[in-house]
Structure formats: structure tokens, C-alpha cells
Design a binder for this molecule. Structure first.
Ligand SMILES: Cc1cc2nc3c(=O)[nH]c(=O)nc-3n(C[C@H](O)[C@H](O)[C@H](O)COP(=O)(O)OP(=O)(O)OC[C@H]3O[C@@H](n4cnc5c(N)ncnc54)[C@H](O)[C@@H]3O)c2cc1C
Length: 379
């Protein structure tokens, strides 16, 4: 067992840390309030290689391992979880899915732009009546010779408006159930494709979340990814990897809140001493640190499994389940350690508490992670 990061991994972590400090920190409160994320910042993340981290360099990516991606997610999330979800969706759900399942022509056409920030991707699975139960797809893609006609609504789509390349899951053969599902590359601007209003959210407010409406959208047959009927497998395999990214996001939110709470506890005084000298506060910090370290090992292990070519369904689900709980618990305690200051925006921890909640919901709620883990254990 080797707990050392390579020189390259340490360098990438430092680059992400520097970017988060110099580019993300100063505007993070304003972006949360205005519910916006400037395209120039997305482009900067692309220029640094953060948007196609695991993509083969021949398609414009950085060609790095999953652990490097996780380290980047952790550092960005310490400062701004809205930035990191943009990175996570583009890397894990869009680029990875395209590279693993796409044709050579699809990779050449879309991956290099997606890897560099010239284009941004969105992953469109959830619907008004298909969230946890993703098999209940109502969006249809009916084959008409050389194209498909797409109809339906997708809900809660991250990068909903800022993206221009959408991977849309839809039912082609309802009689075959989930074996009839396909996934298509849909481009912004295709006739009949409309973007609904932005959701007004509790957390990750800098990230734009929209519903998408498809009304007789003509999608070329060559935009279907993989074999006919392989869309559900595509979605499940892609989400299994995506969970490692969200677990790293949760880990970063927790670690960021812990660092702020520790610093505050060493400065703030009550009853004539710094509050960290009260055992009640020191014990909180001890628990936070211990749980964050435990989450970190689960997340890194899941990334390692993926890099070793091992199955990561179980380790990824466990990492997300545990790290998201640690993110929620840690941020609540970080607010508490800040007292009244924790309740106002300037101290960041209230935003982190709001941001932490989504890590227990998207890419499979924590109840669904337990379903996945239970099935794996009892198989
Ligand atoms: C900010 C945000 C961004 C998102 N981004 C995307 C995106 O980019 N792309 C995308 O496709 N989706 C996205 N989603 C959707 C997200 O993945 C779903 O919200 C999530 O999977 C839950 O689905 P649901 O909201 O329909 O809840 P439901 O499935 O209706 O679940 C409601 C409750 O019931 C529980 N439950 C459901 N089934 C079971 C069961 N079998 N056993 C035990 N408990 C169960 C759930 O855990 C939950 O607590 C996003 C959501 C949000 C809020």
C-alpha cells in the first residue's frame, strides 16, 4: 500500500489550489448571490486542462488518472462547489461517456472542444417522473430512417444553459423497457430544442440548472452513441464514475469548511481564551478531521480502483454515501463553531452548508447509494 501521491499528482493538486485561491475565491459570494458563473472562468478552467482531465491527449485532453481528477475536484470544492460541479459533469458524465462509448467520428468532432473549454457538456437523464427510477424514461426518440425524432422534457440539468453539447437519454423501443433506451448527442440550437427557466436553488447557486424541452427535434442517426438499446447501460456506467467526482466534491466542501472552522477557533476568544481551548470545540474539530480523513481514503480508493481497471461500482457508491454525509455534518458544525458569524455570508461556511446538501441528492440520492451497495453485497 502506497499513500504517497506522485510528483505529478502533487503538482496538479497545487495548480488547482492556486487557481481556486486566485480565481475563484474573490467572486464566490457574489456568484452565489447572483446565481451566475462567468463563461470566462469556465474558459480559464479549460485552458488549465481541468475540463478534460482524463481524456486522451489525442482528443485534446490532459490524459491524467482519476486520482488527479479527484484531487482537482477536492481543491476546487474547498472554495467553490459551483465551479467543481461544472468540472465534474463535463469530465465524468460527458467526456468520459463519450470517450468510453462514442464512435471515432463522435470523439473527433466533440471531445477536443469539450476538453478545452471551447464547448461545455450536459448530461440529461432526469425527468419530471424519472429521477431515482431512471428506467421510467418518458422522453422518446423514434427512428425515422436516417434520423430520430426526439420529444420530451428533462429536469434539473446542470450546465443546462451554459452547455452547448447535450447527452440526452431517451426511449426508442418502449416495449423493451430499459433495453430500449438510447443516448444521443444533441446540440444547442437544433430546431425544437428549448431551454426552460433557471432553477432558483438552495445551494451550488453559481451552477445553472434548467429543464430542457424537446419538441420534434430531428437528431441525425450518427448522433446516437453506441449500439441500439445501450443507453441505459451507458447512463449507469457513466454515473458510477460520476459518483467518484461528486464524492470528491463532498470531500472538498467538508475539508474547506473544516479549515475555516479551525482557523476561526484559533482566533476567536471567549471567557479569556481562544475557543479552540474549550474542549467542546476541540472535540468537534477532532471529529471533523477524523471523518474527513476517513472520507478521503474511501474517495481515493474508489479513484484507484477505476485507475487499476477494477470494478468501482461499490467503492464509488460507498465513497459518495460517506463523503456526502461527512460534508453535511462538517459544514453544520463549521457554522456552529463560527457562532453568529457562521450565519452570515461573509464567513463562507453557511454557503458551504447549503452546497453540501446537493451531494446527498444528485447522481443518485443516498438512499439509492444504499440500494446499490446492498445489491452488490448481497449478490
Ligand atoms: C441541483 C441539481 C442538479 C442536478 N443535475 C442533474 C443533471 O445534470 N442531470 C440529470 O440527469 N439529473 C440531474 N439532477 C437530478 C438528480 O439526479 C435527481 O434529483 C435525483 O436523482 C433524485 O431524483 P428525484 O429528484 O426525482 O427524487 P425521487 O426519485 O422522487 O426521490 C424522492 C425521495 O425518495 C427516495 N427514494 C426514491 N426511490 C427510492 C428507493 N427505491 N428506496 C429508497 N428511497 C427512495 C429518494 O432517495 C428521495 O429521498 C440534478 C438535481 C439537482 C437538484
Amino acid at each position: 500500500m502506497d499513500f504517497q501521491l506522485t510528483d505529478e499528482q502533487q503538482m496538479i493538486r497545487q495548480a488547482a489550489r492556486d487557481f481556486a485561491q486566485t480565481e475563484l475565491l474573490s467572486g464566490v459570494i457574489a456568484r452565489d448571490e447572483s446565481q451566475s458563473f462567468p463563461p470566462e472562468l469556465i474558459q480559464k478552467m479549460g485552458n488549465l486542462g481541468f475540463l478534460g482531465m482524463m481524456v486522451d491527449p489525442k482528443y485534446g485532453g490532459s490524459g491524467l488518472d482519476t486520482l488527479s481528477y479527484v484531487l482537482t475536484m477536492e481543491e476546487l470544492s474547498k472554495i467553490d462547489a459551483s465551479a467543481s460541479v461544472i468540472v465534474s459533469v463535463n469530465n465524468s458524465l460527458v467526456c468520459w461517456g463519450l470517450e468510453a462509448f462514442g464512435s471515432e467520428a463522435q470523439k473527433e468532432k466533440y471531445l477536443s472542444r469539450l476538453s478545452t473549454g471551447d464547448s461545455l457538456g450536459a448530461f440529461c437523464l432526469s425527468e419530471p417522473e424519472a429521477g431515482s427510477d431512471a428506467t421510467s424514461q418518458k422522453t422518446t426518440a423514434i427512428e425515422k430512417g436516417d434520423h430520430y425524432i426526439l420529444n420530451g422534457t428533462k429536469n434539473w440539468i446542470t450546465n443546462g444553459n451554459s452547455a452547448d453539447t447535450y447527452l440526452v437519454i431517451a426511449q426508442t423501443h418502449p416495449e423493451k423497457g430499459h433495453h430500449g433506451i438510447n443516448v444521443f448527442i444533441v446540440e444547442k440550437g437544433m430546431e425544437g430544442f428549448k431551454i426552460g427557466p433557471k432553477e432558483n436553488k438552495l445551494g451550488i447557486r453559481g451552477s445553472d440548472t434548467h429543464s430542457l424541452l424537446f419538441n420534434d427535434v430531428k437528431v441525425p442517426g450518427e448522433n446516437r452513441i453506441g449500439e441500439d438499446g445501450s443507453g441505459f447501460r451507458f447512463a449507469m456506467k457513466t454515473l458510477a464514475g460520476g459518483r467518484i467526482g461528486i464524492a470528491a466534491q463532498a470531500l472538498g466542501i467538508a475539508a474547506g469548511a473544516y479549515e475555516l472552522a479551525k482557523k476561526y477557533a484559533k482566533e476567536r476568544k471567549s471567557f479569556g481564551t481562544e475557543i479552540c481551548n474549550h474542549q467542546a470545540i476541540a472535540f468537534k474539530l477532532a471529529d471533523m478531521h477524523t471523518q474527513i480523513e476517513a472520507a478521503r481514503y474511501l474517495v481515493y480508493k474508489a479513484a484507484w480502483d477505476k485507475d487499476q481497471g477494477k470494478n468501482y461500482d461499490l467503492s464509488g457508491a460507498m465513497a459518495k454515501l460517506y463523503a456526502s454525509q461527512v460534508a453535511m455534518d462538517t459544514t453544520v458544525e463549521a457554522v456552529q463553531i463560527h457562532g453568529g458569524n457562521g450565519f452570515v455570508k461573509d464567513y463562507h461556511v453557511e454557503r458551504m452548508m447549503r452546497d453540501a446538501k446537493i451531494t446527498q441528492i444528485y447522481e443518485g440520492t443516498n438512499q439509492i447509494q444504499r440500494v446499490v451497495i446492498g445489491r452488490k453485497l448481497l449478490k
